[in-house]
Design a protein around this ligand. Structure first.
Ligand SMILES: N[C@@H](CCC(=O)N[C@@H](CS)C(=O)NCC(=O)O)C(=O)O
Length: 203
């Protein structure tokens, strides 16, 4: 029996969202189970005892964890016309570079959100928060320098690729969860790019 592919996790996670948007961009049909790693712990444990999202149940019933590994699997499985990673080595390297910055910014943004929303106030660790803030500012500044939006409105090719998706979901996460970082440290160019991506049907 062939099972439908199932994505597990909430779309307020940038990692889950990058997989969900990529699944659509790669033209896969899939089911989506919106389980929270914090509010649906028992259900989450049944799917993935490690309680991590995103989790992807493949149509062979294999559980994949970690957005990058899931996307690597999907990229191999999709019709090559829908691949989100370029075969051209120069474009591929540029893409991996930008995705690396975007994912580090996701990690730092999630950590900062957790510091303010999950850590008990008496355990607040200022040095760690200062370090994350510095990393976020440095990453957003580096990204602003490195991003070139082409005539088609994308960063790598003349259609949407993984770097576009990963950068856009990271920017939306920061906008929604860390508005002062977004207002003060995200450049005009990146804000314009984010709005353009978010207005497309895939997002
Ligand atoms: N590197 C992982 C990060 C995934 C991640 O940390 N997801 C969060 C939700 S935004 C999570 O599972 N948190 C629960 C935990 O870490 O225990 C990926 O790319 O999938």
């Amino acid at each position: 029996m062939v099972l439908a592919m199932k994505l597990i996790g909430m779309l307020d996670s940038p990692y889950v969202r990058r997989v969900a948007i990529s699944l659509k961009a790669m033209n896969f049909s899939f089911e989506h189970e919106e389980l929270s790693v914090f509010n649906d712990i028992e259900k989450m444990k049944v799917v993935n005892p490690l309680m991590k999202a995103p989790s992807l149940m493949t149509d062979e019933g294999i559980l994949l964890i970690d957005s990058t590994l899931i996307l690597e699997y999907l990229d191999r499985k999709c019709n090559e016309n829908y691949s989100l990673l370029s075969k051209n080595m120069e474009q591929f390297t540029k893409s991996q570079y930008l995705i690396g910055i975007a994912l580090t910014l996701c990690d730092k943004a999630v950590q900062l959100f957790m510091e303010y929303n999950r850590r008990p106030p008496e355990k607040f660790y200022q040095e760690w928060v200062d370090r994350i803030n510095e990393q976020l500012q440095a990453g957003l500044s580096l990204l602003d320098q490195q991003v070139i939006i082409n005539d088609a409105g994308y960063l790598i090719d003349n259609r949407i690729m993984q770097a576009d998706i990963s950068i856009a979901v990271m920017l939306k996460y920061i906008e929604k969860k860390l508005s002062s970082i977004y207002n003060n440290y995200v450049s005009k160019k990146l804000k314009v790019f984010s709005s353009a991506m978010e207005s497309t049907s895939l997002f």
